[in-house]
Ligand binder design. Structure first.
Ligand code: SF4
Length: 238
């Protein structure tokens, strides 16, 4: 049993959704936004791990072409539209960030640590060594609405365990908006992050998978499944 940030956020939004996805193993269908986000992430991963300094915009495009994921798009036209949007996002990203380009200390750094007795795993998009020797963590989000302070608090705790000292800066980079947002570390938020982990571990051990019906159902891939379960399956399917 291990917990990652995405497992934790699923459990916090609806324990039953967690149950369906991670215990029963129902897979949400591939979707365009996930593929698109993965393509941008992979392009930036390769951009920051190359030796050529400074890399050109064509280098960044080449990483994008090579890492393009075609899953989950409804049609070739939709895929082409997303692809073009990705080129624009990366061009703007390049213009804004190339002057301070420096290869990352780590990209997609995997970790497995124990926090308050809870096995916690994750992958950090990018870790930079700053000129003063401190560490900076950057997590890319395709869209602004996807950032949550909890994730970076947990990364702060995990990297402190991993390296013996915590990162000095924690940042989200919202790609579509080309904005950054730094998360301030404070004892209260760190304590809350740890409590969430412990509460989830206890919930899993006790088999607590209650439904949390509400606004989160709107974006849930298992909505139809839940409705059928509550209202009964059509007779022809029995
Ligand atoms: S539809 Fe709502 S209650 Fe059902 S699993 Fe999804 S989030 Fe939970």
């Amino acid at each position: 049993m291990y917990i990652s940030y995405s497992r934790l956020s699923t459990y916090l939004s609806c324990p039953y959704r967690y149950y369906l996805q991670y215990v029963e193993g129902f897979r949400p269908p591939a979707n365009a936004l996930m593929s698109f986000g993965s393509s941008l992430h992979a392009a930036l991963r390769d951009f920051y791990s190359q030796d050529k300094i400074p890399p050109t915009l064509d280098d960044l495009y080449a990483h994008y072409y090579r890492n393009w994921f075609s899953f989950g798009y409804r049609s070739r036209e939709t895929e082409a539209k997303f692809f073009q949007e990705g080129l624009s996002i990366l061009e703007e990203y390049y213009d804004r960030n190339i002057d301070e380009f420096c290869p990352a200390l780590f990209v997609e750094r995997r970790f497995q640590v124990e926090i308050k007795g809870v096995p916690f795993v994750g992958v950090v998009d990018r870790i930079d060594r700053m000129p003063d020797g401190t560490l900076r963590v950057i997590d890319y989000k395709t869209y602004r609405k996807n950032g949550s302070g909890l994730q970076l608090m947990l990364y702060h705790l995990a990297l402190e365990k991993l390296f013996g000292y915590p990162p000095e800066k924690l940042l989200y980079y919202f790609l579509k908006e080309q904005e950054t947002s730094s998360v301030e570390v404070n004892e209260e938020a760190l304590g809350e992050a740890q409590e969430n982990l412990v509460r989830m571990k206890e919930g899993l051990e006790r088999g607590l998978f209650l439904k949390n019906k509400g606004l989160n159902c709107i974006s849930c891939d298992f909505q139809r499944f839940c409705e059928l379960e509550e209202n009964g399956y059509p007779e022809e399917n029995l």
